[in-house]
Design a protein around this ligand. Structure first.
Ligand code: ATP
Ligand code: MG
Length: 403
């Protein structure tokens, strides 16, 4: 090996040592960095733990703030800085903040809102009052029932056409002749005889909105609010006019009361008075009519059936044999039958049945045809259904259980 070669190799060794040293120190450096990062990670984990706990706490707090009784208020004005002026039911107007999460665009004059317990900010937008009360009512813009769907009741239909449909569709005639049409009519008769059906057909025929409510619900479900619901009912009818208001089971509101000592009775009385005043208040030539139904006309307060109120009483009894035949005709119209169906025979064996019973009979016959795998209903299906339904009827009327 030459001297030159020796010099070369010792330089190479020195250089290798240098590289090794550098790598070593770099390794040390990285190791300490890892330790540092690990420590940092540990402390971040601890911090995260704290935040999670804080968040939990805040959530619980928020839950509590939300669940404690809130103050109902209505918006008077919204201010340019985002705050709103509200009128709370129990005090002066307040200027309050709007919490995050509340849609500021929904806040208009008159909007119902909930304030937090301290009354310092709006935390929720409440539904419109009417929406709440409208739940007590069924509103059908255009019922799809026609007089053709009613079997029998031709006198009652004629009366309703004169008393309700004509004044709604052609009030000018009444003005010209100079007579005042009635404000509505009272349908009186046993359950299932077609009172609701008639009211719907009248609304459909006069192209009016049908708004119905049930007397017993007004006094039981909306305790303390019955009078308000009645007011809303008439307001809604005026808004959606031409409209027909239908009050089923009016006896629950309008029964004669012997004493009005209990608070429940006083409440019913208030609802009743509101109804009377609404009836007195509206224009007979206007485009709102009121129909009511009862199966206890004997207990009604005479004030309710005084002229200007429900002064037209339309009696609806259980159907005669001829009417039963007609009702069978209506309900079997769309039925696929096999062979002849003797409607007279069916009418003759259903003494005492109501229209609703006849509907059940036809439904029952259809079901039994399906059960035996047939695609159409036979006369004997119908006869069997008659005995099933009539037996059920009799049992329920005599208070027995039918299994
Ligand atoms: N005259 C009828 N013609 C055709 N179907 C009828 C007749 N009467 C009753 N029905 C049938 O019976 C169903 C119930 O009738 P409806 O609800 O009108 O009785 P209602 O007199 O209002 O009874 P309730 O006093 O129990 O309220 C109707 O939907 C209809 O199918
Ligand atoms: Mg009814």
């Amino acid at each position: 090996m030459s001297e030159f070669d020796n010099a070369q190799s010792s330089r190479g060794k020195r250089e290798d040592a240098l590289v090794g040293e550098e790598l070593f120190s770099r390794l040390k450096e990285l190791e300490s960095r890892v330790r540092l990062l690990e420590a940092e990670r540990a402390s971040l984990l601890i911090e995260r733990e704290h935040y999670v706990r804080d968040l939990e706490y805040m959530r619980r707090e928020l839950e509590q703030v939300r669940s404690s009784p809130l103050v109902e208020a209505s918006v008077v004005e919204t201010l340019s800085d985002g705050r709103v002026v509200v009128h709370s039911s129990n005090g002066p107007n307040l200027i309050v903040y709007v919490s995050q999460g509340v849609d500021a665009n929904a806040l208009k004059a008159g909007t119902r809102v909930a304030l937090n317990q301290r009354g310092s900010s709006v935390i929720e937008v409440l539904p419109k009052l009417q929406d709440v009360y409208v739940k007590a009512m069924e509103v059908i813009d255009r019922p799809d029932v026609s007089f053709n769907d009613i079997g029998g009741l031709s006198d009652q239909i004629r009366l309703l056409k004169e008393l309700v449909v004509l004044p709604l569709t052609n009030p000018a005639i009444f003005k010209e002749v100079g007579v005042e049409p009635p404000k509505g009519a009272l349908l009186s008769g046993p359950p299932g005889t077609g009172k609701t059906l008639l009211a719907k057909a009248v609304a459909a025929e006069s192209k009016a909105t049908f708004i119905s409510t049930v007397g017993s619900e007004l006094v039981q479900k909306f305790i303390g609010e019955g009078a308000r619901v009645v007011r809303e009912l008439f307001e809604l009818a005026r808004e959606k006019a031409p409209a027909i208001i239908f009050i089923d089971e009016i006896d629950a509101v309008g029964a004669r009361r012997m004493d009005i000592g209990t608070s429940g009775e006083r409440e019913v009385q208030r609802t009743f008075m509101q109804l009377i005043s609404e009836m007195d208040g509206f224009d007979p030539l206007g485009d709102v009519k009121v129909l009511a139904a009862t199966n206890r006309i004997d207990i009604l307060d005479p004030a309710l059936i005084r002229p200007g109120r429900f002064d037209r009483i339309i009696e609806i009894g259980l159907p005669t044999p001829e009417e039963r035949k007609e009702i069978f005709r209506v309900h079997t119209r769309r039925l696929r039958t096999e062979g002849e169906v003797d409607l007279w025979r069916l009418a003759s064996i259903t003494e005492g049945a109501s229209g609703a019973d006849i509907r059940s009979i036809v439904l029952e016959a259809g079901l039994s045809a399906i059960r035996r795998g047939a695609r159409s209903v036979s006369h004997s299906d119908l006869e069997t259904a008659v005995s099933t339904v009539m037996h059920k009827e009799k049992a329920s009327k005599s208070g027995q259980m039918f299994i």
